[in-house]
Design a protein around this ligand. Structure first.
Ligand code: C2G
Length: 438
């Protein structure tokens, strides 16, 4: 019996895939199809896959062409599988010609002509792309525009800014540039807002009232009630309002949250997050805006939004009269937390989650990490985790926003309660009588 094996994502199964499977089957007597796992696809840069692994497996099964279906989960698995299943022939489409010649050491390698004129990514693009407008004066918009290139179903068509000189040529060449926010809104399906936090509420509200979906940098508002009001408006209009904190979309950060919540380190007693920088150019806004939401994220996502009390201490820069360093200590029923954020002060940007069995250590810059450790009393038990992160999480955040719009339901990684809490804590910082100054 000649055993053949082939692999693929098989997203939105189409006739190109089926013709490949038919010809693969014809090469032997028994066909094994390896369908790629979501994580493996992400690791190899396929971040726009529309269907779940189960849906993709079911679609391949329904063709009746596969005698066996396995899941491809890691780099190099093909060699393991060829040995494990005693495979005679490995085959794949000609778009991969040469990429798998190394498998000749284990079995025959056959590249089958790829079917022209059809691909999963074209099918994903076929749905009219969502037209996104960028709003703000920060050079960060250049990064968002560049990251959008990796996202199927999204097209950045417009820019609303008063600061064109910080935008790169790529951004300067988009279809529509204005400094009139209403004109931009008339031109797009959705907006990404990275303006000053005290502008967010009005800009989000105006966008929602014009029927536009909103992705806005955190804090969404400087007032908890306004935050709740905006989510109510979005809900009533069946629109997506999503808070942008790119860390929430970094795979390593997501995985460490899941491990902590699964009890891997025992009961969590303390969460300590530090984020600092010297290079922020926003000298006209409080330092806590720069890093506060990011540093708050693990505290609120691990310990919750119902702390008993919290205390804010800020170092005020006498020249700029703005906070260059803020420490917030939290007291929960059975745990504590502390964040240190500096915009004008440098410190070690690490995240430590302390537990009764072990602790999570994320080295600086933890907020865009691809790596973390779980450390035990006996160092031999320490475990290290690595999850590739391309684009600091921005492209994954954009994919999540687009998928939420396409599926007409919120699929983001930051729940509303967290968003409310960030606004509440930041607004407390605004109230000078409630904070201590050094
Ligand atoms: N294919 C084809 N014609 C197309 C599209 C795809 O012959 N128009 C083939 C691909 O060459 C591949 C299989 O169908 O052999 C599945 O394609 P994808 O789902 O796009 O997956 P891909 O990432 O190309 O799979 O490690 C090997 C990869 O997993 C191959």
């Amino acid at each position: 019996m000649i055993k053949v094996i082939t692999y693929g994502t098989y997203d939105l199964l189409h006739h190109g895939h089926i013709k490949l499977l038919e010809r693969a089957k014809a090469l032997g007597d028994y066909l094994i199809v390896g369908v790629t796992a979501d994580d493996f696809d992400k690791t190899r840069g396929k971040i726009n896959v529309q269907q779940s692994l189960i849906e993709r497996i079911e679609a391949v099964k329904a063709t009746g062409l596969a005698d066996e279906i396995i899941i491809e989960e890691y780099e190099g698995q093909k060699i393991d599988d060829i040995k494990k299943y005693d495979v005679d022939i490995f085959t794949v489409g000609s778009d991969w010609t040469g990429q798998f010649d190394y498998l000749n050491e284990y079995c025959e390698v056959v590249y089958l002509e790829r079917t022209k004129g059809i691909s999963s990514s074209e099918l994903r693009e076929e749905k009219r792309a969502i037209h996104l407008g960028l709003v703000g004066n920060s050079a960060f918009l250049n990064k968002v525009n560049d990251e959008s290139e990796y996202v199927n179903g999204l097209q950045i068509t417009s820019l609303c800014t008063d600061n064109l000189e910080v935008m790169n040529d790529h951004l300067k060449n988009i279809d529509f540039i204005t400094n009139d926010y209403s004109k931009l809104l008339a031109n797009v399906d959705a907006v990404y807002i990275r303006s000053l936090p005290n502008e967010h509420y009005d800009q989000i509200k105006q966008a929602l009232n014009m029927g536009k979906h909103v992705l806005c940098e955190s804090p969404l508002t400087l007032d908890e009630q306004q935050n709740k009001e905006l989510f109510e408006i979005a809900k009533s209009k069946n629109l997506i309002l999503m808070e942008a904190i790119k860390t929430a979309y970094a795979t390593a950060y997501r995985r460490l949250l899941l491990l902590v919540k699964s009890g891997k380190i025992g009961d969590v007693i303390s969460v300590d997050a530090t984020c600092t920088s010297l290079q922020s150019r926003n000298n006209d806004w409080p330092g806590i805006y720069e890093w506060g939401p990011t540093a708050l994220l693990p505290v609120l996502q691990i310990l919750g939004t119902d702390c008993r009390e919290f205390k804010i201490i800020s170092h005020i820069n006498r020249e700029t009269n703005r906070d260059s360093f803020t420490k917030i200590d939290f007291l929960y029923d059975h745990s504590v937390a502390s964040i240190k954020v500096g915009d004008g002060v440098k410190s070690e940007g690490e995240l430590i989650v302390s537990g009764t069995k072990a602790y999570v250590y994320v080295p600086a810059p933890w907020w865009k990490t691809d790596y973390f450790e779980i450390r035990y009393e006996n160092q031999n038990d320490n475990k290290r985790y690595f999850y590739q992160l391309d684009g600091e999480g921005i492209r994954h955040e954009l994919v999540s926003f687009i998928k939420s719009i396409e599926n007409n339901r919120y699929l983001g990684n930051i729940d509303k309660q967290i968003s409310y809490n960030i606004s509440m804590i930041i607004s407390t910082h605004e109230n000078e009588s409630l904070i201590k100054k050094i």
